[in-house]
Design a protein around this ligand. Sequence first.
Ligand code: NAG
Ligand code: NAG
Ligand code: NAG
Ligand code: NAG
Length: 548
Amino acid sequence: MQGDHDGRHQQRISEPKSAHYYTPDSDVAYPLIYAPITQRKLSNVRTRLRHAFLLLLALLALLVSGYSIVTHRDVRANDPLRHVRSARPVDSDNYDSGASFAPPAIPKLWAVYAPYSSVEVYEPPPEDCRVTQVNILQRHGARYPTFGQSTRIAKALSRLQSADSFLDERLHFVTNYQYGLGVNNLIPFGESQSHESGRKSFARYSKLTNWDNLPFVRASGSDRVVRSALKWIEGFATSSGDVLQPPLALILPQVIGGYNNTLEDKSCPNLGHPLGQVQEWQSRYAQPIADRLNAVARGIPNNLTAEDAEALIELCTMETLAVEEYSPFCELFSKEEFEGFEYSVDLDKFYFTGHGSQLGPVEGVGYVNELLARLINQPVQDRTQTNTTLDSNPETFPLGRGIYADFSHDNLIVAVVSAMGLFKNHRMGDTSNTGVLDPEKLDRSRAWFLSRIVPFSGRMVVERMECGIPLNDDAVGYDDSTGMKERQRRRAERNDSVYVRILMNDAVQGLEFCEGVDGDGLCPLHAFVHSQAYARENGQGDWERCFE
Ligand SMILES: *[C@@H]1O[C@H](CO)[C@@H](O)[C@H](O)[C@H]1NC(C)=O
Ligand SMILES: *[C@@H]1O[C@H](CO)[C@@H](O)[C@H](O)[C@H]1NC(C)=O
Ligand SMILES: *[C@@H]1O[C@H](CO)[C@@H](O)[C@H](O)[C@H]1NC(C)=O
Ligand SMILES: *[C@@H]1O[C@H](CO)[C@@H](O)[C@H](O)[C@H]1NC(C)=O
């Protein structure tokens, strides 16, 4: 695993800040050179001469900066050291708030291609509670386009680049543009995201571990997932001053149909990938983009299609994260068009392994049953994707650990949250739970935003805690406008002492499906187990339907 990727990472960290951060192009030197002149009174010939000279300088500066932008853009795609050249601040907030090299509002509209950002500020457990176990299910960090995406991007690019010229100057860079992204693998930004997550896990949960109780870490077998797990471990270990070095205990091979793998989403052979809804929506939001581009591309032999337009947006998202600079492709799209793109990806996953799919959620059942086993400290009960050989062996499925961290893919995590009952697409605040996403009309009040569920490096954290710890009686005269003290009092009166709380990317989930959940998002563990009937009953027939 210690390939040149890791070597590059080391160098990159020690490299000073460079000009690769997102800076709007208008911030180049030109306005600064020009500004003093306007404040002068141009009364005599000398001043006028100087004015002309300064103007010439300004023009030169413009030319040079324009030239360097152009050459920079041409060169960077083929520059093997381009990642080394872009150092990042060590400040972790950089990763919690997304990518600093793009305008803040835009990457949040990239659905599963959004970089991780905290959806809410992490709320520590209530004072009367003490966390006793955490289960982290995390997506790999940011990556290059997959093979399929690369093919679609290449097709769209070749169509666009076959134009003789462009009437829109935002497209002029396309003529000399060279595509240079890798395929499938984790990118340096993605490594840093995972490292940062490990660091943060240590900061939050280090009390749950010691030499005899190290985090138990598993990964599904693809390179980017394994590397993400290793980077998380690195972040965790470094934070502990290299005292606690959890091993990557288990890599579950990705042999489709040949290996029982609870961290892989390809376990249900009859699960189709319905494309109708996505095509329907693409014809509405992406066809107008294609038409607009076709209209300004002179002499284009094959018009771009709606799918091509979407591929160019994907290129924008992934080039931005790989090069760590706002891609010029992104400048081709408006905020509304990015919203259309986001909805397209949200629809795709909703109808693939999400609530909109009959058989998708069952792919998450094996993981949920493993989660329940850890939470209640009992052997795994499952007849779906679990490997009984592994899960009955304490070496490969230990109980009683403080921290479990599992690394996987977006489609699997979407299946898991759907199997559990999270993010049911009711309109916000409406509990009828009948909502499916409308492929003909963008639904702004949906609960289903993948940028908040599985962005790159996105994570679900299930905290188990013991509550009812007696508190100092400082409640007299205490302003309890949020009801916090009252909830503590009720927990203390209850017979339950063990609770679970679920955070998606730091946002506490309401757990409407869990009986007895309170305003802190805490649900008694036994009620939570009870609520997971779909998993405990092995998909209630859906698993069998996967093979019929
Ligand atoms: C289960 O895991 C064992 C141990 O890794 C492996 O030998 C076996 O092939 C696995 N079986 C399936 C069906 O995944
Ligand atoms: C290509 O798109 C342009 C602009 O939308 C349109 O005028 C033209 O008819 C299209 N050509 C073909 C062959 O579809
Ligand atoms: C793998 O999964 C299948 C289907 O659920 C099951 O029949 C089989 O026993 C599992 N194999 C192992 C080793 O757990
Ligand atoms: C708590 O347990 C006791 C004894 O088992 C029972 O009588 C009581 O009703 C329980 N209280 C609640 C709130 O469930």
